[in-house]
Ligand binder design. Sequence first.
Ligand SMILES: Nc1ncnc2c1ncn2[C@@H]1O[C@H](COP(=O)(O)OP(=O)(O)OP(=O)(O)O)[C@@H](O)[C@H]1O
Length: 200
Amino acid sequence: MATSSVHKYRPVVVSGPSGTGKSTLLKRLFAEFPDTFGFSISHTTRSPRAGEEDGREYYFTTKEDFLKLVSENGFIEHAQFGGNFYGTSVQAVRNIASKQRICILDIEMEGVKQVKRTDLNARFLFLAPPSLEELERRLRGRGTETEDSLNKRLAQARNELEYSRQPGAHDKIVVNDDLEKAYTELRDWIVDGGKFGASE
Ligand SMILES: Nc1ncnc2c1ncn2[C@@H]1O[C@H](COP(=O)(O)OP(=O)(O)OP(=O)(O)O)[C@@H](O)[C@H]1O
């Protein structure tokens, strides 16, 4: 464990209900620290498009290998879209740390629980909306949801908020009320005076 790169480059899991502002805040963090962080590369069973390279856009894999990795609990999250499988593997997160970058994982509650079952040595930040009413306003304001997908997201938000109240679920909770205030709090906790959560 002491020799593993995730000991020093601890992955950061940022979760929170859809529409809380994760993308907005993480975009800012990446812009302020362009060489510090990384997103893991996903696996997919779809074929590479022209110009795509294995290990750059995706790890391209066969359905058989993908399902084998699923059965070995190798994925943090995986899903099927349009007949193809996609997933974030534990190894892909490790690969970011071995490149001496802090991997940021923007995932949902089930993914959070899965990361906790690994030895990725992650830190967990939960981004909470000021209220469910405000979350609904933002999701409507973003203009990306149908009434049906909005209701699904709000129901899932209730689950996520309930989980976030369990002791030990997260290491840090940031309420995204005022954007500037939330950004400063998120950034300062992640950067941690330059230690990024590492103990030495
Ligand atoms: N502090 C804030 N005050 C008001 N509006 C905000 C604030 N933070 C984000 N927003 C707005 O809320 C909407 C949702 O934000 P964003 O898309 O970043 O959420 P998200 O958590 O990444 O959602 P998803 O998980 O669905 O991708 C956006 O329109 C964004 O501009």
